[in-house]
Design a protein around this ligand. Structure first.
Ligand code: ZN
Length: 694
């Protein structure tokens, strides 16, 4: 949208800007950071036509707008909220606001409409609309200056030092408004001395020192990359200010809001050879540890003719006996315990709906390892110490809440431990705490997304990432969640109670696969019927073997989750191995008239028909003649009327037939009419005799 090329400016003989080049794309928030006197305000004044540049060009959408008048720049879509607010103290608030739109010569009605919009964004200004601007507090004057700029409905909003001289609490408020403006689509160029603030509120940043751009890049990288951070922010106010560029530029008032933390949780393993060696050592350790520590494991290993010494390569893995859910239930409560009770510090249990719960025990090292793995997941998803993580998963004996919590605190982010359900409180916290990350099941995320949409608050919340797990999710469901949350990025996190808990792998930022932490466990894919190992790339049941788990090690544990190993390196650059998103569980595969159907393939088909919603139910029945019937109840997408029903049924039926080779009785229902749940929504209702599922 805005491109500045080689801009120069002088005040008399003194040069203030030296060939400054900069770019702002539409919809972006770009920060210009630098010390007092670095040339930041001069740059904004050149843009607004308040200072005539002595060289260089300013383009707005490819149009040369260098040296236009301030009034013309407002007409072209720029508006400035200047440093020091510059409100007219002897005029009331409303008159100050009117000044912002004067060059546009608005009708009275349009002016009133815009003022109402500004009041909606700044309720404090509405309360004080007749008050003289000079009697407002500093924060309120800042709001007035921003409101005045917004009266022009700018395409590009220029904010000069919005936090200058304000108390931290007021600064929070101002930045949360800036954030809302950005989410509502306003393009913003913000000038700030407070680098940490400006970087965490922007997409791109430029560092200006003595009239020169000395550093530029993505704000997140500048904030987190240790080398860039040293150069950009430096240990500016700590040990030796002059060593950083900001320090050299005389800017020594910068502190990050939190002390430097241990920020890297990625594995130090650099190659697949190194990983294999590490895994072999872990496997040997695990077999010996289980053999010596657990009578149950020892009996199984001996029956299979395995001694710890006989494990000499990773190829020995398939010789080891499987561990199953039944082993866990039969040996209730501590079947896999391989250390004395004195070494245990915690137990967790699965939510097991039938029979006995699966109980797992942990040593302190197990918990530390789990926490590090979870922190690595957060790091992969780009969560930083500046994030506020609202955790809406179960706390208690289940592993979920604990894992999300410990990992969050380890990363140094702010945890908001709400637990599942309680939609009103969740919404209130999203608004009041401006949580930036939301963690839940996919069903809960959908429920929240629809609630956010219903209340029309997408541009008032700050969620930019959603981490969800423990449940399959279709493409259209993901799309819907992201959209209704105002464009949040989704990350599918994996894990199971038996193997620490959630956090043993996560969708990567390229959104192409799940990376799993191969330095903590081995993953095999087997055919659930023949139990033979399948080659990489083929779908089958996931089997895991822990490499350093003390309390309850796992040897070839059958997870029942269906996935596949994706061979080859990932585009994101991680050396950690990867698998596809979980397709379903081997025990909830539907067998219908001899065809194996994973529920995820139904997700895929429904997602591919525009006009259908993401929620559905499958009802399987058997008639008197012994013939099976599949009835598929699907919601129409929001806003799609019943008149399109015949066409949608025909298309979905055709796709089912073509891709799954089955004929389904399709029925469409209104959007929102199928029940939603905060945990996992039940979608499959099978009332046939159970004889095929054994
Ligand atoms: Zn990746």
């Amino acid at each position: 949208m805005l491109t500045i090329k080689n801009l120069r400016a002088h005040y008399g003989a003194a040069q203030a800007l030296f060939d400054v080049s900069l770019h702002v794309s539409a919809g972006q928030t770009v920060a210009l950071v630098g010390a007092n006197g670095a040339g930041k305000s001069t740059l904004l004044k050149c843009l607004m036509g308040l200072v005539k540049p002595s060289g260089g060009t300013i383009f707005l959408d490819d149009q040369d707008v260098t040296r236009k008048t301030p009034a013309r720049m407002v007409q072209l879509g720029l508006a400035l909220s200047p440093e020091g607010r510059e409100v007219f103290g002897t005029l009331p608030v409303v008159d100050n606001l009117r000044l912002g739109a004067i060059p546009l010569k608005l009708s009275r009605a349009e002016e009133t409409r815009r003022m109402d919009e500004v009041f909606a964004r700044f309720p404090k200004l509405k309360e004080r609309h007749t008050q003289l601007a000079g009697t407002l507090s500093g924060g309120e004057q800042q709001m007035l200056a921003m409101g005045r700029a917004l009266m022009a409905k700018p395409r590009l909003l220029l904010l000069d030092e919005p936090s200058l001289g304000l108390a931290p609490l007021i600064t929070d408020e101002i930045f949360s408004i800036i954030h809302q403006l950005a989410r509502a689509g306003t393009t913003i160029l913000i000038v700030e001395q407070n680098a940490a603030r400006a970087l965490s509120a922007s997409d791109q940043a430029y560092l200006l020192a003595n009239g020169n751009i000395v550093e530029q890049g993505q704000s997140r990288d500048l904030l987190l990359d240790p080398a860039l951070r040293a150069a950009f922010l430096g240990a500016a106010s700590h040990d030796n200010p002059a060593t950083s560029r900001l320090g050299a530029a005389g800017l020594t008032n910068i502190r990050l809001e939190k002390p430097p933390m241990h920020t890297n949780f990625m594995s130090s393993i650099a190659s697949s050879e190194e990983l294999s060696l590490h895994q072999l050592r872990g496997l040997q350790w695990t077999v010996r540890h289980a053999f010596e520590g657990s009578p149950a494991y020892r009996a199984k290993l001996e029956a299979a003719g395995i001694t710890p010494e006989s494990i000499t390569s990773l190829d020995d893995l398939p010789r080891l006996p499987f561990t199953t859910t039944e082993d866990l239930r039969d040996g209730y409560p501590f079947p896999l315990k391989s250390v004395p009770f004195e070494q245990l510090v915690r137990v967790h249990a699965s939510s097991g709906t039938t029979g006995k719960r699966k109980v797992l025990c942990y040593t302190q090292k197990d918990l530390d390892d789990w926490t590090d793995m979870f922190a690595r997941c957060y790091q992969t998803a780009g969560i930083t110490p500046l994030d506020r993580v609202q955790i809406a998963v179960g706390y208690g004996v289940w592993t979920a809440g604990m894992g999300f919590q410990l990992g969050c605190e380890k990363v140094g982010a702010l945890a908001v431990p709400v637990g599942p359900g309680n939609i009103d409180m969740q919404i209130q916290f999203l608004l009041d705490f401006q949580s930036t990350v939301f963690c839940s099941t996919a069903s809960m995320a959908l429920l929240m997304a629809e609630e956010i949409h219903k209340r029309g608050i997408a541009d008032k919340i700050a969620v930019r990432k959603i981490i969800y797990g423990s449940e399959r999710s279709s493409r259209s469901m993901r799309r819907k969640i992201s959209e209704l949350f105002g464009g949040a990025e989704l990350f599918d996190i994996t894990g199971l109670t038996e193997l620490y808990g959630p956090g043993t792998g996560i969708e990567c930022p390229d959104h192409d696969c799940i990376h799993f932490w191969g330095d903590y466990f081995l993953l095999e894919i087997i055919d659930p019927q023949t139990l033979e190992r399948l080659p990489d790339g083929e779908w089958g049941e996931m089997v895991v073997t822990s490499l350093c788990k003390e309390g309850a090690p796992l040897i070839r544990y059958r997870t029942r989750d269906i996935t596949r190993i994706i061979p080859g390196p990932c585009t994101c650059g991680s050396v950690m191995p990867r698998h596809s998103r979980i397709k379903g569980r081997s025990d909830d595969t539907i067998i219908f008239r001899g065809v194996n159907i994973y529920p995820s393939s139904i997700d895929t088909i429904l997602s591919s028909v525009p006009g259908l919603g993401s929620e559905y139910q499958i009802h399987l029945t058997r008639d008197a003649a012994g013939r099976d019937h599949l009835r598929l109840l699907v919601e129409r997408a929001e806003g799609v009327g019943p008149d399109r029903t015949p066409e949608l049924i025909s298309e979905a039926g055709h796709q089912m037939k073509k891709q799954l080779l089955v004929t389904a009785n399709l029925e469409l229902v209104d959007y929102g009419s199928l029940p939603r749940s905060e945990r996992k929504s039940q979608r499959i209702f099978d009332t046939r005799i159970d004889d095929e599922i054994v």
